[in-house]
Each structure stands twice: as structure tokens, then as C-alpha cells.
Design a binder for this molecule. Sequence first.
Ligand SMILES: [Mn+2]
Length: 286
Amino acid sequence: MATVSGQTDTRHFRTLFISDVHLGSKAAKTDFLLDFLRTHEADTIFLVGDIVDGWRLKRSWYWPQDCNDVVQKLLRKARKGTRIVYIPGNHDEFLRGFPGTHFGGIEVAERMIHETADGRKYLVLHGDEFDVVVRNARLLAYLGDWAYDTAIAINFLLAGFRRRLGMPYWSFSSWAKQQVKQAVNFIGEFQRVVAEEARRNEVDGVICGHIHHAVMEDIDGIHYINTGDWVESCTAIAEHPDGRFELINWGHLVGAAKPAGRLVMAPVPLTLASIKQEADEDIRAA
Ligand SMILES: [Mn+2]
């Protein structure tokens, strides 16, 4: 079969981590993802949230055949023995009501501890629950632990109310994108808060999504990994049989997407320009 990348060899990994596909939004790069799924196999695949964009779909139904193909591709992998774990995000939070449920062999879990081949432990979660902490970081640091826990609980309740009122989830990424000048600071703050959560869980690292910013880096002794997205950069995280992690930049490899490497290496000017553009599109679409 012809592929976007022209790559026909299959790579096999111990684990693959993918997030923020946003199926149902026109921006989802389903053709690249299909190409990626055709050429990548793993014992376990973690879907780290916002795979389906539920609230975009609520606004207007957009579900071309490509979206079915992605779902079918994943279900077929599950049938053939791949363990697939779906960790819902804020855009597919309707799945959060079904923890432990299996859909066609796909497990649903709020968060999970993943142990690498070489015995390190990683907390796997989407990350949106920390939006509220990022927004109020200074205040919460001042008020302490109980305020932190309360803020997260309030955020959860608020999301429930907004959902019932048909309002979209308050989204860190779209909010940060609208605060264009400060977006880079917010990304740093998000990473720090998520790394702190990993420390509270006494694990070696954390693997999350949500902010569409793929990166692997050390944050105060915690290995912070973000899977990125399939809306713009087309990135995934792979764990090799020996436990080594690799950031796969599929958009860059297929050459058609804007190189995601800029997010890692030169974050400021290009990211802000694209963030601004996306924010404008969001505002027009709203
Ligand atoms: Mn999200």
C-alpha cells in the first residue's frame, strides 16, 4: 500500500505513546497517523488522551472515513494481541466515566504507572487536571497542599458543570494560545507542575500530552516526557526493548508537516506564530 512516508519496513517497539489526535477536528492529521500506525507495532500502545475531540464533534459533526480507519486500525492491533490502554483527556472526557471498561479490547484508565523494560516507573496521564494549578501557581504555592488538592477538585466539578451546560471544557492549550506572549512561560510552568506530580507519586518520570509540545527532558531529576500531538507536529514516543525512549517526529520524517523539532530546539518565534494562527482559527470557529 502506498504510504505518505514511502516507508514500508515495520518498526517494532515495546511501547508506543500517542496523544492529542483530535479525531473529529479538521486539523487532525489522520493520513500521517494511519501511515505511522501501518509502520509501527508495539506490545503496548498508550493513547494518552484527546484522541477523539468530543466537544469539537458536539459543535459540528466531522467524521470522514479516515477517522474510522484510525479507530479500526487500533482495534485490529488490539485483536492481534497489542495491549491498548486509553487514558482519556479533557476533549474525550466522556470516556472518564468508564474506568476499567474494555471497548473492543481497549482498556480505559484515568492514569497508569508504566514500568519500563529496565525497571523505571513512569506516571502516564493526559495532564489537563493541572491547568488550574498552572493558572494559579503562585497563589497555590502560597496556600499549600490542601489548596492544591481543593483546586484540582474544584476544577473537576467545574468541568462537570460546564459539560452539563454544553460549554466546552476550559482548555489549557487554547487558553495559553490566546495568551500568546506568555505561552512559552505557561509551557514551562505546566512541565514543572506535572513533574512535581510525578515526584508526589514517587516515580522516575512522567509521560503526558495535552499541551501539544513534544519533548523529553529532565526536570529537577524527573524525566518529563510529552507525546506532542497529531494536529500539527505528528509526534509519538516509543520505548525500545531495552527501555530507552525515543521521540519520533513523524511529521518531520514525512516532510509534509512543519518540523516539530522547532518545538524542542527553538521554541520561541515559530511556536508563537503558529500558536497565534491557531488561536485566531479557534476564535473564528467558536
Ligand atoms: Mn487536552
